[in-house]
Design a protein around this ligand. Structure first.
Ligand SMILES: *Cc1c(COP(=O)(O)O)cnc(C)c1O
Length: 409
């Protein structure tokens, strides 16, 4: 499926042909069952009616259907934030003593989630750069439950060889989980061998900083291989028996959402759908702008980093794997914190903030903000230098962004 088809698909699936056209908000925390027999049937799963908003809400259910269909998943679970999505997806598969192989960039919150928080619960994570394929393979053992990969290194802009990593996941029988926050539609991880996709919908999916949110999309169990019917995932057996191809979704709800409660609010789910309607349009626009801006700034003498540049080590992967570019981000290396601060403070257009994927251009100095609590070694691994600025390109006229940045030099 080409991303052009999503222009039709998303607006058609989100809008209703009868009654209210725009998705309506069902803003109730609880739902009356009518009678005791129906209550029993709802709890048993045989009556498909809302139970309680922590485990499902009609507005959120619609968002989940649309995102699952967008990615070719069997189902999805929307969450309160992107970190909520990562927490749900990981805790639904992990128990104390298990291991994770984490590949890529990595988003700061994800790095501390694995290195600090999951380790407190007895889960050990091995971290690798995208090109350390031998190390990745060697780190996998019987305790490994997840290979976690970011579609684009944020902010190191390194791109994985997806097919090579999917092959390792398939041969070793380990679940491949991809954080596709930065490249929805442009990369469709389930089509490339991933089993679970996680999103922060806060970013380009809602696209305008109006709603914090996340979503986890699951592949149908048994669709491509028998990976989840092995001893490694013995806890899934009862879900596979009862729910068949939907086992991963049911497992996510019962083993994580129900007890951790990182549930999406109906109001945010509605806002997220309003953003999602125009996602392909915005992605197409931003992909063109990023390439144009990066090239103009490079010619102007700025030290920019983006895989659209022919001399980027992963330029071939940029062409091979991404249908409409690799998202809104690029970085600028200014050499020192002082130079980075001075440059940023002279620009007029970008909002100085930690968010990405907004309609507006955003920028931030990395080492003094998101990565300030990280050690020197951790920053080195994540590619955070003293002078690094991350830019998230918005919908403005790209020439005005170029002029503003060059003017600030
Ligand atoms: C922002 C982000 C997250 C976390 O999402 P929140 O909605 O802020 O919790 C996770 N992964 C990536 C790649 C992100 O950019």
């Amino acid at each position: 499926m080409s991303y052009k088809e999503y222009f039709t698909k998303l607006v058609q699936e989100i809008g209703e042909k009868e009654g209210a056209v725009s998705p309506s908000i069902v803003n109730s925390a609880s739902f009356g069952y009518g009678d005791s027999k129906t209550a029993e049937a709802i709890f048993a799963g045989s009556a498909k009616k809302p139970l309680y908003a922590r485990v499902g809400n009609p507005t959120t259910a619609k968002l989940e259907r649309v995102i699952a269909s967008m990615d070719g998943g069997v189902g999805a679970i929307a969450t309160a934030s992107g970190m909520g999505a990562i927490t749900l997806a990981c805790t639904s598969l992990l128990a104390a003593g298990d291991e994770v192989v984490c590949v890529g960039g990595l988003f700061g919150g994800t790095y501390s989630f694995f290195s600090e928080t999951m380790s407190r619960f007895g889960i050990h994570t091995h971290f690798f750069d995208v090109d350390e394929l031998e190390g990745i393979e060697a780190a996998i053992n019987d305790k490994t439950k997840i290979i976690f990969l970011e579609s684009v290194g944020n902010p190191n802009m390194r791109l994985a060889d997806f097919d090579a990593i999917a092959k390792i996941a398939s041969q070793s029988g380990v679940a491949l989980m991809v954080d596709n926050t930065i490249t929805p539609l442009s990369l469709r991880p389930l089509e490339r061998g991933a089993d679970i996709v996680v999103y922060s919908t806060t970013k380009i999916i809602s696209g305008n900083a109006s709603a914090l949110g996340g979503c986890v999309v699951f592949r149908a169990v048994g669709e491509k291989e028998e990976k989840f019917k092995t001893n490694r995932y013995a806890f899934l057996e009862k879900f596979i028996e009862k729910m068949g191809e939907n086992a991963l979704v049911a497992n996510g709800k019962k083993r994580s959402l129900r007890d951790f409660g990182m549930s999406a609010s109906a109001y945010n789910s509605q806002l997220t759908m309003l953003g999602l309607e125009t996602l392909p349009l915005r992605l197409e626009r931003v992909a063109k702008s990023v390439e144009q801006i990066v090239e103009a700034l490079r010619v102007a003498g700025l030290n920019v980093n983006h895989p659209s540049m022919p001399d980027h080590p992963h330029h071939a992967r940029y062409k091979q794997y991404f249908e409409i570019g690799c998202g809104t981000l690029f970085t600028i290396e200014m050499g020192s914190k002082e130079a980075a601060f001075e440059f940023l403070d002279r620009t007029k257009l970008p909002v100085i903030t930690a968010n990405i994927g907004d309609s507006r251009t955003l920028a931030l100095h990395m080492a003094s903000t998101i990565y300030r609590d990280f050690t020197k070694e951790e920053r080195e691994f994540l590619g955070i230098s003293e002078g690094l600025i991350r830019v998230s390109v918005g919908l403005e006229n790209p020439q005005e962004i170029i002029d503003d940045f060059i003017g600030a030099l």
